[in-house]
Ligand binder design. Sequence first.
Ligand code: LLP
Length: 383
Amino acid sequence: MFSPQVISSFEQQETPFYYYDLGLLQQTLNACKQAADRFGFKVHYALKANFNEPILEAIANAGFGADCVSGNEVAKALGVGFSAKDVVFAGVGKSDREISSALKQDIFCFNVESVEELGIINDLAQKQNKIARIAIRINPNVDAKTHQYITTGLEENKFGINTWELNDCIQVLKSSENIQLIGIHFHVGSQVKDLDVFKSLCLRVNEFNNWFAARGFNLQVLNVGGGLGVDYYQPDQHAIVDFESYFQVFDQFLEKKRGQEVHFELGRSLVASCGSLISRVLYIKKGLKKNFMILDAGMTELMRPALYQAYHRIENLTSNSSIVKYDVVGPICESTDSFGKEVELPESNRGDLIAIRTAGAYGEVMASRYNLREPVRAVYKND
Ligand code: LLP
């Protein structure tokens, strides 16, 4: 929901732009941090969801760690004030340069995604005379019941190490002096709405935790990844996710061993709600069967609908005429450049301001310059 003052501030701005409500971000962070602290859980923010500096600074100041998936993300996290002891580095394809640089920074942990990578990290750590802390990312074979493009936890996926490779991991670990296994890591997918999925994950984590204990490994960390979904349909009613119920599942079903820490890697649930893509109507095309609303924002600014058929709520901020159905599309020369079909909106005109909601996560970060578009701008509200 946008106040009249906010909407009138939009009138002065050139569109399209991302609008971030840093007050809402802060409330979300507080809610998550308080709930996590109550259970003694540690949350790393997944930078890939949004790496704008004001957002990262707020998250670092709120006491979160950082989950990075590239050398640049590690550098960015350290640059905005996350401390190296709170940085984890994941990804199926870490380059030698990225690994070496993260080793130099003494980050907390590498989440390792293949048997081969274990050996490479060991070699690179040896060159620096260091011992790299690592967690093995295990593919738990849990169905995330989310869109197939953002499901990651099923077997024969490019992510993680399959269960039948764990014995090989143990062999490598035994013969490698420059890596130390400190934990196991999981991530089943993103935009997970059904908390039972996390219950299933917990039961799998318990099995692996026991498996390693039986082989003499005292794991310090159980990292259960991220994936908590947000409500794209009712952004105002459910602006802040129910973190309490989410953490409760892990508190209830994870069987921690003495001294073990539980770590999370949340992205979307922390930053999605605070961001909207603000655009103007360029043209209305009235057809025989359809009306097209052509916006000045397109898939270049927000790729999720084109890539995952994702739903984002669309609102006209400047008209309250009677309701008409529009296919809301962008200006890009691609048929998939559409934000929604048959969307019910007040009758709209050229120049009306349109908000595409819940776009703070995986929105601006996935923008592209296709069609030589201008880089998309960001506008922040501070209170
Ligand atoms: N940890 C790992 C290992 C991940 O792969 C991801 C997300 C996260 C944590 C954070 O997950 P979250 O809490 O944000 O669900 N671009 C897609 C989402 C891709 C998610 C990739 N991995 C989208 O727009 O829906």
